[in-house]
Structures are given as structure tokens and as C-alpha cells.
Design a protein around this ligand. Structure first.
Ligand code: HEM
Length: 412
């Protein structure tokens, strides 16, 4: 951990390499503390489970996007420029408080219930099987993120929303650039603008030629002007697409890494596939895809864990830290697939609790069952110490996950 003074934690490369070590110290020494993001934004970090859960449910911690812009400007302490966010992409539910949040979430809520999502299982299994077939027919060493963990959720969310096949590769580049903190600011602003333009065109296309997909249904709803504005329609598409694929890829990646590092756990799960739903909850707790929840800001002074955070401050709730708080989960650094991991904050908590959780759980279930059944000899192709993590204050995910499907170690 690097500290710029006694109380400010730097969210830097050392932090991204091992956030769990930093969090373990913070939970005992300074559970609610100041931190500095890589682009020089001054924030408050909340690291204990009880404080994190309370903060996520506290209406005084606002998600209002318009007010956030002003707060962000006040808290940027370096000269580095922030990425200019395309206005069309901002008005989504994760940037809103009630009543806008309630209206936006209700519009798609029914499509994402456990029951509605369960109908997708056969198609998700088919996609997973096709990807596994392709892997089995290819080289013995692959990047599991590229060959399986990314294309599975990407294909599912694109099919659900009605994004044409040909456009999916460009989308990956844009979102990667957007969620990284190490890319050039201008490049990220350009990626954002390109994505906004693409989605504006896609929405226009759905309006002109509606299909059976969810985006066409959202566009149809937007025609009632009181329900969804044009910007809200595009922002909804943006949120669902980005949230729908940048997260589940790392549930599969981080979960597979955890298993490959613990062959005993891997063997136990392979012997009892019905344990998979429980294992997925443990992967979400142990090393979930969302490290820090999205920005919240205080609308008045708020006491969190005995510390008074003044009004107009940005608060980052450390979900990964809450999920390893020994006060909530005994022996938290142990991967225990039998444990009762329910209550983890991997999907957030409160009003903004992940809308796509039923879909993510289903994709995770299918992914692990498929990979374990099809590749019984799968092993890490590199020393775990050689693996690198993405530089993002939101996403916890590997840059690559090289595996050998035949179980052979690469010669040194
Ligand atoms: C394992 C995969 C996933 C994880 C770990 C995850 C995690 C999260 C978290 C932590 C939040 C709350 C963020 C906050 O409060 O700051 C959230 C919100 C959200 N997620 Fe997910 N997510 C996943 C998959 C998905 C999928 C597949 C979708 C599908 C479209 C999705 C759609 C959303 C949406 C729309 C919200 C905003 C909800 C609101 O503001 O009311 N997520 N997710």
C-alpha cells in the first residue's frame, strides 16, 4: 500500500495488484479513510462490511448524475483531465435517485426477474457448448478470457438486446478503454464518443425496424414521452450492454483462477456439479468482478463507521473488502465452496442492487459446469505470480488468463 500521507490511500498499480492486502490493513487501522484515484480524484473509502452495507442503503449518499459532475470537478486534485462523458450515455438508472431511478428500473425490471431469465438457460448452454467445442478443436494453450469468459456473456447480452453480431468487437474495445484508468484521456473520450454515436444509430435503427429484442421494446416504451426521454433510451442501452458483459467475464475469470489455484476445491466441485450455484456465490464473495461500487456523493454530512464525511464528498464503497471482512465471513481469505456466502455484497445492496444478478448467476452456473465437464485436465499455463490485473477502480479482473487444456505445464 502506498500512502501519500498518514490518511490518504493511493489507488495505484500496487493497489490493483493486490487490493485484498490493502483492505485487510485498512479494515483494522482506518476503515473509513480518504483515498486518491489514479486520475487524482479525492474520495472516501469504506472498507468494513457493516459500514459498506449501511452506506449502500443510505439515501443521503446520492447517485444523481447531474450533481455528481459538479462534485467531481471540485475533487479533482491533479491537473489531469477527466474523460468527457458523452451526454447521451449518462442518464441511466445507476446515475439516478428516485423517482427517476424507480421509473427507469421498472421499465426493464420484469425482463430480468429470475423467472424471465430462467427461459434463457437452453440458449446459454448452447453458446457455452459451442465455445467449448471451438476450444477443444484449437490449440492446447489459450487465454480463457478471450476464448470463453468474454464471448459467453457478450453473446448473451447482445442477443437479448438485439445488437448485430458484426458490431460486437468494436464494442469490446470501447468498453475496455472506458473502464481502464491507465489509457490516454483523449483516447478514452474518443471511445466514449464513438460508442455514443453507435448507440444513437442503433436506437434509431430499432425505431425504424423494430425486432423481437429488448432494445426494440425499450424504444417502443420511449415513444410515450413521459416514460423515457431519447437520452434515457440510449443510456439504458449503454448501461445494459456494458454492465451485461464487463462483469460476468470476470466472474468466470476470477472464479476459474481461484479454482485452478486450489485443485482440491476444483476436484470437489467437479465431483459434485450441483454445488455450482453455491460455488458461484462464493466466487462473487471471494474475488468478485466489482471491486469498488460506483460513485456516490454525500448530500449532507454523513457519519459512516464513526467518521463524519462532510457534504459534497465522493464515497467509494469497497465491495471486495466488505466481502472479506472477518466480522461477517469467518476465515474470509479461504475459498470455501460449501460456505453460506449469501449476504455478500458482490452485486451491491439497496436500491441499486444489480438488476442483472439472475442473469449473471445463470451464466456463471452454465459456464462453470461446462468448463469443468469439458476440460478435466485444465491447468494454469503460467505461474500465478505472473498474472496481471486490470487497472480499474471499478472492475477486478485479469488482463489474461492463460490455461493449458491438456494439463501440461509449459516448458520453462
Ligand atoms: C457477475 C456479474 C455481475 C456483477 C458482479 C454485477 C455487479 C453489480 C453491482 C455491484 C451493481 C451496483 C453498483 C453500485 O451500486 O454502485 C450493479 C448494478 C447493475 N447491474 Fe450488475 N453485475 C453483474 C452482471 C450484470 C448483468 C449481466 C447485467 C445485465 C444487464 C447487469 C446490470 C446491472 C444494472 C442495470 C445495474 C444498475 C441497477 C440500478 O441502478 O438500479 N449486471 N451490478
Amino acid at each position: 500500500m502506498t500512502r501519500t500521507d498518514a490518511t490518504v490511500v493511493a489507488l495505484d498499480e500496487a493497489f490493483f495488484a493486490d487490493p485484498h492486502a490493502v483492505y485487510a490493513t485498512l479494515r483494522t487501522t482506518s476503515p473509513v479513510t480518504r483515498a486518491l484515484t489514479p486520475v487524482g480524484l479525492s474520495v472516501w473509502l469504506v472498507t468494513r462490511y457493516d459500514d459498506a452495507r449501511a452506506a449502500l442503503a443510505d439515501p443521503r449518499l446520492s447517485k444523481d448524475g447531474d450533481r455528481l459532475a459538479a462534485v467531481l470537478d471540485r475533487h479533482t486534485v491533479t491537473s489531469q483531465r477527466r474523460v468527457s462523458l458523452a451526454a447521451e450515455l449518462l442518464r441511466h438508472m445507476l446515475n439516478s435517485d428516485p423517482p427517476d431511478h424507480t421509473r427507469l428500473r421498472k421499465l426493464v425490471g420484469r425482463a430480468f426477474t429470475v423467472r424471465a431469465i430462467a427461459g434463457l438457460r437452453p440458449r446459454i448452454e448452447q453458446i457455452a457448448t459451442e465455445l467449448a467445442d471451438r476450444m477443444a478443436a484449437g490449440p492446447a494453450e489459450v487465454d480463457l478470457l478471450d476464448t470463453f469468459a468474454f464471448p459467453l456473456p457478450m453473446t448473451v447480452i447482445c442477443e437479448l438486446l438485439g445488437v448485430p453480431d458484426v458490431d460486437r468487437t468494436a464494442f469490446r474495445g470501447w468498453t475496455r478503454s472506458l473502464l481502464a484508468t491507465d489509457d490516454d484521456t483523449l483516447e478514452r473520450t474518443a471511445a466514449m464518443a464513438a460508442m455514443a454515436q453507435y448507440l444513437v444509430d442503433l436506437v434509431a435503427d430499432k425505431r425504424a425496424r423494430p425486432g423481437e429484442d429488448m432494445l426494440s421494446a425499450i424504444v417502443a416504451a420511449s415513444e410515450h414521452a413521459d416514460r423515457l426521454s431519447p437520452d434515457e433510451t440510449v443510456a439504458m442501452a449503454f448501461l445494459l450492454l456494458v454492465a451485461g458483459h464487463e462483469t460476468t467475464v470476470n466472474l468466470i475469470g476470477n472464479g476459474m483462477l481461484a479454482l485452478l489455484r486450489r485443485p482440491d476445491r476444483l476436484a470437489g466441485l467437479r465431483a459434485d456439479p450441483d454445488l455450482t450455484p453455491r460455488a458461484v456465490e462464493e466466487f462473487l464473495r471471494f474475488d468478485g468482478p466489482v471491486d469498488l461500487a460506483t460513485f456516490r456523493h454525500t448530500t449532507e454530512p454523513v457519519e459512516i463507521g464513526g467518521v463524519t464525511v462532510p457534504a459534497g464528498e465522493i464515497v467509494l464503497v469497497a465491495l471486495s473488502s466488505a466481502n472479506r471482512d472477518p466480522a461477517r465471513f469467518p476465515d474470509p481469505d479461504e475459498l470455501d465452496l460449501q460456505r453460506e456466502a449469501a449476504g455478500h455484497l458482490g452485486f451491491g445492496f439497496g436500491l441499486h442492487h444489480c438488476l442483472g444478478a439472475p442473469l449473471a448467476r445463470l451464466e456463471g452456473d452454465v459456464a462453470f459446469r461446462t468448463l469443468l465437464a469439458r476440460f478435466p485436465a485444465m491447468a494454469l499455463a503460467v505461474d500465478p505470480a505472473a498474472l496481471t490485473w486490470r487497472s480499474s477502480i471499478l472492475i477486478r479482473g485479469l488482463t489474461r488468463l492463460p490455461v493449458r487444456l491438456d494439463g501440461q505445464q509449459r516448458p520453462a
